[in-house]
Design a protein around this ligand. Structure first.
Ligand code: CP
Ligand code: NVA
Length: 301
């Protein structure tokens, strides 16, 4: 049966460990994606996700083609269920970045090939997988670490991190203004997942409290793609939720600073924190390529 990756919780913890192992596997020069054609379909801009997937596909011996929104007209020029069935007869996998997660679910439902979420309004699973891989590599373990996400707890990156941490044994604290707290459905799912892993999940509107707990301080933009009209009100609401030197000084000395990028410097994170010795943001970005290879091999071979 084909496997999709729309949401981190499509996987089991054992499958995530398998993806990490496959990501590390540089031993053979075989080309596991030889004769596979993969379509990248992006409705929004992307640097890391698009380039790392394209390079990963080439490194693994596959071919990729890339289309922008208007070229397919998903759900506009023709219905998603028709697009899904036609594409399934041409290519071996679809990687899609879309505004609406529901459209991705429909695309996957009618496709007979794997569909990978390259970011939607609800989730960014490939980012969260690669972030946990990075933390594992830096700290040598995941169990019992604490990640504090400061900022928009309701966004795609926060949602995927909450689920990934809940599955993989990383305690997670979300500090956000109450109107941007984590989605109820995500928290409910994470609570169920944490019953097996024993993870502690905390939601607070106090960034200092979250920083004191942190082995990893993580943030993302306050205004995600598609929310640009809300920018001014968001800047006001999040002004107390910036990762800056004061907040970093409250965290453990060896606390890692992470950001999925792109960063809006001077909003959610200061230049000095992004450039500090605690920051691993560029190593984090580099690992997107490493883990995309693991994801592709896991889903397609
Ligand atoms: N972090 C991330 O997904 O970056 P892009 O939007 O550039 O792909
Ligand atoms: N939350 C951000 C993540 C970008 C990688 C956005 O959706 O714009």
């Amino acid at each position: 049966m084909k496997k999709d990756l729309l949401c981190v919780s499509d996987l089991e913890p054992a499958s995530i460990w398998r993806i990490f192992k496959l990501s590390d596997d540089e031993s053979s020069d075989q080309k596991p994606l030889q004769n596979k054609n993969i379509l990248l379909f992006f409705e929004k801009p992307s640097l890391r996700t698009k380039v790392s997937f394209e390079v990963a596909i080439n490194q693994l011996g596959g071919s990729c083609l890339s289309l922008a929104d208007l070229e397919i007209g998903l759900g506009v020029r023709e219905e998603i269920r028709d697009v899904a069935r036609v594409l399934s007869s041409y290519v071996d996998c679809i990687i899609a970045r879309v505004f609406s997660h529901q459209r991705l679910i429909e695309l996957a439902q009618y496709s007979t090939i794997p569909v990978i979420n390259g970011l939607s309004d609800e989730a960014h699973p490939c980012q969260a997988l690669s972030d946990l891989y990075t933390i594992w590599k830096k700290k040598g373990e995941l169990m019992d670490l604490s990640l504090s996400f400061i900022g928009d707890g309701s966004n795609n990156v926060a949602s995927s991190l909450i689920l990934a941490c809940s599955m993989m044994g990383v305690n997670i604290t979300i500090a956000s203004p109450s109107e941007y707290c984590p989605r109820k459905d995500v928290l409910a799912k994470a609570t169920r997942l944490s019953e097996a892993s024993g993870v502690l999940i905390k939601v607070t509107d106090n960034p200092e409290e979250a920083a004191r707990l942190a082995d990893v301080l993580y943030t993302d933009v306050w205004t995600s793609m598609g929310q640009e009209r809300e920018k001014e009100e968001r800047i006001k609401a999040f002004s107390n939720f910036q990762i800056n030197e004061r907040l970093l000084s409250l965290a453990k000395k060896d606390c890692l600073v992470m950001h999925c990028l792109p960063a809006h410097r001077k909003e959610e994170i200061t230049d000095s924190c992004l450039e500090s010795p605690n920051s691993i943001v560029f190593e984090q970005a580099k690992n997107r390529l490493v883990v995309q290879r693991g994801i592709l091999v896991y889903l397609l071979t």
